[in-house]
Design a binder for this molecule. Structure first.
Ligand SMILES: Nc1nc2c(ncn2[C@@H]2O[C@H](COP(=O)(O)OP(=O)(O)OP(=O)(O)O)[C@@H](O)[C@H]2O)c(=O)[nH]1
Ligand SMILES: [Mg+2]
Length: 467
């Protein structure tokens, strides 16, 4: 039902107008934060919002020295404001903040689906005509699962090519144990005959179990993404299909199982993937893609190569473009992509450069594509909330770096070294000797700022050309 009341209409028109005016004046930046499950999206957004909230407080500039415009422009304020998209859940900032600052602190709870938080930042106008004016820029930060990003690749695949890609994966990924169950149960299906819903349902469950296992192993191409993160689609027929990987169907009648699977796959693309594309993805100006490189490396060759390949397939499928006022108004496009290796506090400072090279090598093909399409692509390492401090210790007469946490029951430790690029030997060495630890969050005292690594660099990448 549409609401045609004049007040509502005027309200809507005003909202739309102010949004267009903000866009026109380049006063609004929509930022997507994505990455695979548990990659650090919620922690990053919480840390960013927390940092914006103290904008204007004396001495902050010294704590974020590489965001040089902070002092140059004279930021006076940063705070959460009302979001425009009323149907999108709000990012649970207050809950995450409460968890991190309670005693003992805990990391933000896992989240599902998309959420948004809108911030208003104010700074002095450096324009000499209006010296005392304050300028405002709005940031819309969108958190969405990496699985949804991966789903975008389906937009360029018909049912046949989707099935072929999954078949190739089923044959190649030797470490995934659910393959056998899925293939043996699925082989009882008859492509040309009418559907046996209960058998199909059983096969779907095996396919979901296979996808979940892929996801647990840290593999990146987990498509269709809603099979593992169904949200409100749980149990809906639109998720009751599988790729056809059981030989070529001979004849396909309109009421056959194959026709039904193809129909449901197409519906998934149209109603789920395209909707996400139109409602969220196409509106974003900038993307932060979080990559948990250390977990990927620990996961072994299969995981590591998979992330590499997936980014490549994904970025082959949609174009990025330069920001330009007109094209942004009529067809919004992403103009900057930032790949960030998260949880850099799990390694010592002298390994940071290696982690950065490793990230570059992981997404090298993908980043070439982004660059070829004319968009900006940045690489960085990051710890949104640093749970360790890097200290020097004496070891056999040598000064070495070690990590210490805020907890007395946790002895300082040396996690190990990170290979600069990927190779078999480097990976084996890392798997054997690197101590990948899950750290407890730092203890935050008396409203102190969260400790971080490189959030100021991220702000510089995100905002400097917009201010
Ligand atoms: N040491 C360290 N651990 C982190 C950091 N950020 C996240 N983590 C760890 O990673 C886990 C997942 O972080 P989240 O921010 O919830 O990740 P997410 O991507 O939002 O996860 P989902 O909502 O499940 O998709 C946390 O529970 C922490 O254990 C960080 O900066 N340093
Ligand atoms: Mg989350």
């Amino acid at each position: 039902m549409f609401d045609f009341s004049p007040f509502k209409l005027i309200g809507n028109i005003t909202d739309t107008l102010s949004r267009d005016i903000n866009l026109m004046l380049d006063r609004e930046v929509r930022i997507g934060v994505t990455g695979l499950s548990q990659g650090g999206k919620s922690t990053l957004i919480t840390a960013l919002v927390n940092l914006f909230n103290v904008f204007g407080e004396p001495g902050l500039g010294e704590k974020i020295p590489r965001f040089t415009l902070y002092d140059e422009l004279g930021f006076t304020y940063g705070g959460i404001c009302r979001q425009h998209d009323m149907q999108i859940p709000t990012f649970p900032y207050h809950e995450a903040y409460a968890a991190l600052t309670q005693t003992p602190p805990s990391w933000p709870a896992p989240t599902v689906g998309v959420s948004e938080i809108r911030l208003e930042l104010r700074y002095r106008n450096r324009d000499f005509i209006a010296l005392n004016d304050e300028k405002t820029i709005y940031l819309d930060i969108w958190d969405y699962p990496g699985e949804w990003l991966m789903d975008l690749m389906l937009l360029n695949m018909d049912y046949k090519s989707f099935s072929a890609r999954i078949l190739e994966r089923l044959q190649r990924l030797k470490n995934v144990t659910h393959t056998e169950d899925f293939l043996s149960t699925g082989s009882q299906l008859k492509a040309g005959e009418p559907v046996n819903e209960s058998l199909l349902h059983r096969v779907v469950l095996h396919y979901v179990a296979w996808l979940k296992e892929c996801k647990e192993k840290g593999l990146a191409m987990v498509v269709p993404g809603r099979f593992v993160l169904p949200g409100d689609l749980q149990g809906a027929p639109i998720l009751e299909f599988i790729p056809w990987v059981f030989g070529n169907p001979s004849s396909v009648r309109s009421n056959s199982l194959y026709a039904l699977l193809e129909e449901r796959y197409n519906a998934y693309r149209e109603k789920v993937v395209k909707r996400f594309y139109n409602d969220c993805f196409a509106k974003l100006d900038r993307q932060i893609i979080l990559v948990d490189c250390l977990k990927a490396l620990k996961g072994g060759r299969e995981t590591f190569m998979d992330i590499n390949d997936t980014f490549d397939v994904l970025l082959e499928n949609f174009s990025y473009g330069r920001n330009n006022l007109l094209t942004r108004l009529f067809s919004p496009q992403i103009d900057k992509v930032i790949f960030a290796a998260t949880k850099a506090d799990l390694i010592t400072y002298n390994e940071h450069q290696h982690l950065l090279s490793l990230l570059r090598s992981m997404v090298s093909q993908a980043s070439k594509r982004v660059r070829a399409d004319g968009s900006n692509c940045e690489f960085m390492i990051l710890s949104a909330i640093a749970a360790s401090r890097c200290l020097y210790a004496e070891h056999e007469g040598q000064k070495v770096q070690i990590l210490a946490t805020d907890y007395d029951d946790e002895a300082p430790f040396y996690p190990g070294s990170v290979p600069e690029t990927w190779s078999h030997e480097a990976m084996e060495f890392f798997q054997k000797y690197f101590f990948l630890k899950e750290l407890r969050p730092p203890k935050i005292r008396n409203n102190a700022a969260f400790p971080h690594l490189n959030l100021d660099v991220l702000l510089d990448y995100l905002l400097s050309d917009k201010l």
